[in-house]
Ligand binder design. Structure first.
Ligand code: IMP
Length: 179
């Protein structure tokens, strides 16, 4: 069913059930990959708040979690390529195995910025986990990108934490823009 958010129209792309199933599989994979260490998850707010919450419940090994807040879209449907650092985290990650949790990798600009900042803190390893990836929009290769929920076309999406003009984050499914 189509839905309208502000001035744009959207149609369903990924159902809540499909998202839930994929997150379970990623949870099993991460729990297995990190079973000999205690990983630190760094959730990137705002867009990934539901993904972080659902993914962390599927992790079956001891782990820690902290958050950072970055913004790059400023309410539009195109990346501005400018990043605003809203909240930093205080946890010492030196020598730790870090998994960054993102909602979506679009141009990859935000991920690049954050990964560079994290490398300076000398963690033992860094991997990136993103619910969505737009491979055709990616401007730079991201070697750390290990876990991807779904690859999608270069289209604007909302729902399940992702917003348009700060709205639509509450939708259970993910929708793509139709006009
Ligand atoms: P990037 O820096 O271009 O990779 O964009 C990353 C950020 O832009 C994401 O964390 C989202 O907050 C936002 N973003 C990218 N694509 C979309 C979209 O289709 N819908 C909503 N937000 C998006």
């Amino acid at each position: 069913m189509k839905t309208k958010i502000a001035d744009l129209e959207f149609e369903p792309l990924l159902s809540a059930e499909a998202i839930e199933e994929r997150i379970k599989a990623i949870g099993i994979q991460i729990s297995n990959d990190y079973k000999h260490v205690v990983p630190v998850f760094i959730g990137v707010l705002n867009g990934s708040f539901l993904f972080i919450a659902d993914l962390i419940k599927q992790i079956e090994i001891p782990c820690e979690i902290t958050f950072t807040k970055l913004a790059s879209y400023y309410g539009g449907t195109k990346s501005t390529l400018k990043i605003r650092d809203d909240i930093d985290f205080a946890m010492d990650i030196k020598g730790r195995d870090v998994v960054v949790i993102e909602d979506i990798v679009d141009t990859g600009n935000t991920a690049h910025y954050l990964l560079e900042k994290l490398r300076i803190k000398q963690p033992a390893s860094i991997k990136l986990c993103s619910l969505l990836l737009k491979p055709k929009a990616l401007l730079k290769k991201i070697d750390e990108l290990k876990y991807v929920g779904f690859e999608i076309e270069n289209e604007f999406v909302v729902g399940y934490g992702l917003d348009y003009k700060e709205m639509g984050r509450n939708l259970k499914d993910i929708y793509k823009r139709v006009k």
